[in-house]
Design a binder for this molecule. Sequence first.
Ligand SMILES: [Zn+2]
Length: 278
Amino acid sequence: MYKKIAPNPTLSWRPSLLLAMTFVWHAAMLLVLVAFPSAWAWVLIALLINHLVLTAVGLWPRSTWLGPNWTRLPSGSATRGEIALTIDDGPHPEVTPQVLELLDRYRVKASFFCVGDAAGRYPDLCRSIVERGHAIENHTQHHSHYFSFLGPAGLAREIQAAQDTLIAITGCTPVFFRAPAGLRNPFLDPVLAKLGLRLATWTRRGFDTRTSDPVIVSRRLIRGLRAGSILLLHDGNSARSSSGVPVIVTVLPQLFEAAAAAGLHFVTLNQVADNEKR
Ligand SMILES: [Zn+2]
């Protein structure tokens, strides 16, 4: 049975080195502007370059330049031969039940990054995920493609709404967050800290919303698979093979067999976070 997790104590936020440098850069440019008003065009260009760098970093999901980001499991977990399977964009009425059956059959526990909207439409599936011992995490309320354009208030609304939806349905508090497509901006990190959520991306992803060939998706995940990896597949938005089977359904048994052959075993992200606190 899934252990209920108490609301996360507020994580403290400290600006990353890149953000701290950005603040200093803005202050320096202000001084230049005061001292040499005629240099305003150069100041503008300098600030534009700064913001282009921030935007580019936000479009790089595995970057840690905007704040902490789990791109792989902590070293202690890797030493124990652990890996994590994360499944995004669900729950989905057709795909999620098949995924849950496979997870049961191979005795694997996974972290489901659910979309609040979908969770509200299929609450029984969310409860089923939790009852079978998996973790539910936060993947925004609406999975908007414009998520990374939102300001602090918009980001907080999206994430808090999903948090409220998932807690109301399952009674469990998500402790990890993943942005749609992993895209974010510099406002996200302080919002997550305030809500007690950790950002998680991945070590390897199957691109299984776009690639309909399960052989290619399996290869992306299995090649070079090693302890500490965080893997990403999708139950919502899953591509279908030529025979109409969701890609994840074909890929999972191959992945589980490869992991077992390599002596690796699956854990949920919140189990690892819990161990880290001890
Ligand atoms: Zn997604």
